[in-house]
Design a protein around this ligand. Structure first.
Ligand code: ZN
Length: 292
């Protein structure tokens, strides 16, 4: 799953090996990788990366990249592409990664992410639709802004800024440093998030294997509907929810692949919130519903 770390070694114009060459620039003589044959210069400018604080039904959507070994949840990020505005780019990323439609887009922060040689352009977006994760993401969670924890670098700073502007004082956490292999194996649109500490949600310190339930609150009840065919998982969930108080949470385990659509539809129709969903290594779907 690892990809090599690429470096610029040959001139992209004439294929001559690049060399460190001193040349006069506006600021004086500067050493850079340049082509001794045609004069092409490797400027190594930072790459623009877009990030989104996705607001969905008054909660913030955080997602975990499938390549991340730890249990961190971060913002939606991606590289800006040629021919699009930053606003179009982040709307595209949100659609590609979680299938939501961006209705509103407000700039939150622009900052240098030095270690990755990136410029992070972070937006707050209000999104609608039905969540469906791209294969790049393995899980998502929805957290209340008041409950959000933030991380100390990269996109975490933008999330902090946004929360503070709204009157929330988020808890700050440190993320375990990732190995360089993990950082470099990320798909292009994960760099901002995977290259460095970028994710929210309580880290795995509590328990690496514990299912994550929205803002981390405990679930009141669990229904094991593994092996049951549609509509049994939904019927069991309905019955269990009826025993809960408003705001209490129910976890449902199911193996029927139809349950992925069923639970989304069930939540929409009944007003009970589907606040977290993921599929574990064994192929078991975990749903956390919050009683309306
Ligand atoms: Zn050249």
């Amino acid at each position: 799953m690892s990809t090599p770390t690429y470096e610029m070694r040959y001139c992209p114009h004439c294929a001559t090996a690049l060399a460190w060459v001193q040349a006069p620039e506006d600021s004086g003589l500067v050493d850079r990788l340049r082509c001794p044959a045609c004069g092409w210069t490797h400027w190594n400018n930072p790459t623009p990366v877009l990030a989104a604080i996705v607001e969905y039904h008054d909660q913030i959507l955080l997602a975990r990249n499938a390549l991340w070994k730890d249990r961190f949840f971060g913002l939606i990020t991606g590289f800006m592409e040629a021919g699009e505005s930053p606003e179009q780019g982040i709307a595209r990323e949100v659609k590609e990664e979680v299938n939501l439609d961006v209705q509103q887009c407000t700039l939150v922060d622009v900052s240098a992410f030095l270690r990755m040689n990136q410029v992070l352009i972070s937006y707050h977006v209000v999104a609608t639709g039905e969540i469906a994760l791209s294969p790049e993401l393995s899980e998502y969670r929805l957290v209340d802004p008041a409950q959000a924890t933030v991380w100390t670098t990269g996109t975490g700073l933008a999330l902090q800024k946004w929360l503070r502007a709204r009157g929330f004082e988020p808890q700050v956490i440190e993320r375990y440093p990732q190995t360089s292999a993990q950082a470099s194996s990320a798909a292009p649109n994960d760099d901002a998030a995977s290259g460095a500490p970028t994710a929210a949600a309580p880290p795995s310190a509590t328990s690496p294997t514990a299912p994550h339930d929205g803002a981390g609150d405990a679930v009141a009840l669990e229904v094991d509907a593994k092996g049951l065919r549609c509509p049994q998982p939904i019927l069991r969930a309905k019955k269990a929810l009826a025993t809960l108080q408003s705001g209490q949470r129910l976890r449902v385990l199911a193996t029927d692949s139809g349950s992925l659509q069923d639970f989304a539809a069930f939540a929409r129709q009944t007003g009970n919130a589907l606040i977290a969903q993921h599929t574990d290594e064994a192929g078991v779907h975990h749903f956390v519903l919050q009683r309306r």
